[in-house]
Structure formats: C-alpha cells, structure tokens
Write a protein that binds this ligand. Structure first.
Ligand SMILES: NC(=O)c1ccc[n+]([C@@H]2O[C@H](COP(=O)([O-])OP(=O)(O)OC[C@H]3O[C@@H](n4cnc5c(N)ncnc54)[C@H](O)[C@@H]3O)[C@@H](O)[C@H]2O)c1
Length: 318
C-alpha cells in the first residue's frame, strides 16, 4: 500500500483516479472546491470516492506553499497533480487565475514533492500545449505554440516538471490529455453541454462551422494510464500524449449524440471563440512504447455510456 496525494481530487479526472486507488492505497485529496463550476458537483464527486473507501480530504489551495508542504510530507509516496484552472475560454477572459493556479500552484506541488522525497509526481498536462497545427497527429516532437493563456500555463507547468526531473532528480511525468469525457465530466465542456441540451430538445450553439476536429478520450483510458505510472519508472522526465485514438468533427460528434439521444434540437452556428484550437489528434506511440498505453474505449462506445449516465439522472457516480 502506498500513500498517494491527489491534488484536484474533487474534480472530474482527479475523483476518478481517486476512486480507482482508494481500496488499495492510502489516498489524500487536496482541493479548494473552487467555484469555477458548482462546488456541489465536487462534493458529489468526493462522496463517490468516499463510497468506495476511506479518503483523507483536505480543503486547501495549492497556491499556498505552507499548506501544500503540510499535505505532501515525507510519508507520501506518489502525487497525482490534477488541480488546475481548466478551460480555455475562462483563460482568455482572465489569464491571471490560470497562471496562478497552474504555474505557481504546480511549482508549489513540485517543491513540496522534491523536499518530501516523493517517488513520482504525475502531472496532468494538456493537448492545449500544441496549439497551432503544423501536422497531425501530434507527436511529442510537434512544436508547442499554444493559442490560449490556458495552453501557455500548462506548457509552463510541464517545463517545470521536466526541469525538476533534470536538475533536482525528482521523478516526474506529464500526461498530455486530449479532451476527456465520461461520467461526472466538467459541465463546461462541449460533450456535457451538447448532451444536456439534446436531452432537453433545446437548440445547440456551435462556435465556428463545426468542422474543427477533436480527439476525445474516455475517462477510463485516462485512469488506466495514470495507474500504470505507479508500476514503472520508464516514463520519468517525459511528456506523453494520452488520446482516444481517432478525431472527429464537432458536427459528427453532434450527429452521434443526436442518434443516441433521438433529439430534435436544432444546431445554431456562431462565431469561432478566441483561444479555441482548430484541430487536435494524438499520436500515442510514446505512451504505447513507454507504458503500454492503448485507448480501449471507442468514441461510439464512450458517448453511449456517457448519455446513459446522463439519462440515469446525470448526478450519480458512474
Ligand atoms: N477534462 C479535460 O478534457 C482535460 C483535458 C486536458 C487536460 N486536463 C487537465 O486535467 C486536470 C483535471 O481536469 P478536470 O477536467 O478534472 O478539471 P476539474 O475542474 O473538474 O478539476 C480540477 C480540480 O482542481 C481544483 N482546484 C482548482 N484550483 C485549485 C487550487 N488553487 N487549489 C486546490 N484545488 C484547486 C478544483 O476545485 C477542481 O476540483 C487539469 O489539470 C486540467 O488542466 C483536463
């Protein structure tokens, strides 16, 4: 049994990772229940984790180094760093908040982890670090030219992780997640919004012409690759793509969801939003080679599971 700290463990991805670990490990969650989206949903996420096993929940802010040091002390083996101000659009409106949480907060988590001698820090990064497309799919050698303040903050955090490995010897891995979906997903993400509106037969707004493409990754695949990093040190110092294995247009995504829901919602097209990436698609070759990662849940299967979860009240655990 290891002692594992999960920052942002009350959020979408962090709570799924916590749920997968809680029976076999001592899990500590640190999360400030930020109100970017409803704290009640985060409390629900925590309840889902606690229903599976004992968890030590500490309500706290990762921008507070003293607090982070208290949470990540020398009894901690691993840190999954999921806390962040996620979301491209909010970062366009207010670049300071993502910078504080994603850059300064990550630096605090790194420094505390280094001083505590943790065995590995697994950092949640993002496909947003790529930004401008030079070729697809993105491999990790693709230039990083973020197109949003959020992407800049995630790239800076990733570089801090690499440098802490190279200079100070702290084992770190950054996982570049490509749009993650599944039960309890963030309510501000496209699949969430579209599904809610489709089920209510309300109009859907698409920003741009809907021909932008995304590589969507089902939450179970994300959890699986995170857990693998408790078993191998082969990935230390790397940033690795974690994608779902195919890209589809937003128009095709809506067509899939419309078929599953049987909805009659009309689609309204509006101006492209600042900061949105045009296309994303992961080459997962490195993650396959280093940790044996292959996405297992296809978009059709994942969307079916997600709509099912939504239909069965959209507020349960899975
Ligand atoms: N969901 C995606 O599609 C996606 C894609 C790429 C990368 N990511 C990254 O994955 C990670 C998890 O994302 P998510 O979708 O689960 O987001 P989320 O917002 O559901 O979870 C983040 C959690 O961090 C907490 N938090 C925010 N600021 C904090 C602070 N100052 N101190 C402590 N806790 C704080 C929030 O309360 C929240 O519970 C983030 O690092 C995000 O950037 C997510």
């Amino acid at each position: 049994m290891s002692k594992i700290v999960i920052t942002g463990g009350a959020g979408f991805i962090g709570s799924h990772i916590a749920e997968a670990l809680v029976q076999d490990h001592e899990v500590v969650i640190v999360d400030n229940l930020d109100d970017y989206y409803s704290p009640a949903l985060k409390q629900r996420n925590l309840d889902c984790v606690m229903a599976k096993g004992d968890v030590d929940f500490i309500k706290g802010d990762i921008t507070d180094l003293d607090l982070v040091r208290k949470v990540i002390d020398d009894t901690v083996d691993y840190v999954f760093h999921e806390a962040a101000q996620a979301g491209v659009r909010i970062s366009v409106e207010d670049p300071f908040k993502p910078n504080n949480i994603n850059v300064l907060g990550t630096l605090n988590v790194l420094k505390a982890s280094l001083d505590a001698g943790v065995r590995r820090l697994i950092n949640a990064s993002s496909s947003s670090v790529y930004g401008k497309v030079q070729y697809l799919p993105f491999d990790e050698a693709h230039p990083t030219m973020p197109v949003s303040p959020y992407g800049v903050s995630k790239l800076a955090a990733e570089h801090y992780c690499r440098v802490f490995h190279e200079i100070y010897g702290l084992p770190t891995v950054s996982l570049r997640y490509f749009t993650v979906y599944g039960s309890r997903m963030r309510p501000d993400l496209g699949i969430s919004i579209f599904t809610r509106k489709l089920l209510a037969n309300e109009p859907i707004t698409v920003f741009g012409d809907g021909e932008q493409t995304r590589d969507f990754t089902y939450i179970d695949d994300i959890v699986r690759v995170n857990l693998r990093l408790l078993e191998t040190d082969a990935a230390d110092g790397y940033a690795m793509n974690v994608g779902g294995g195919q890209r589809i247009t937003v128009n095709d995504l809506i067509a899939h969801l419309r078929k599953i829901t049987g909805s009659t919602s009309e689609v309204v097209y509006s101006n492209k939003q600042k900061g949105d990436a045009e296309h994303t698609m992961a080459d997962v070759g490195r993650a396959k080679e280093v940790v044996g990662y292959m996405p297992e849940v296809s978009i059709g299967e994942g969307l079916g599971r997600f709509v099912e979860w939504h239909r069965s009240d959209g507020n349960g655990c899975s």
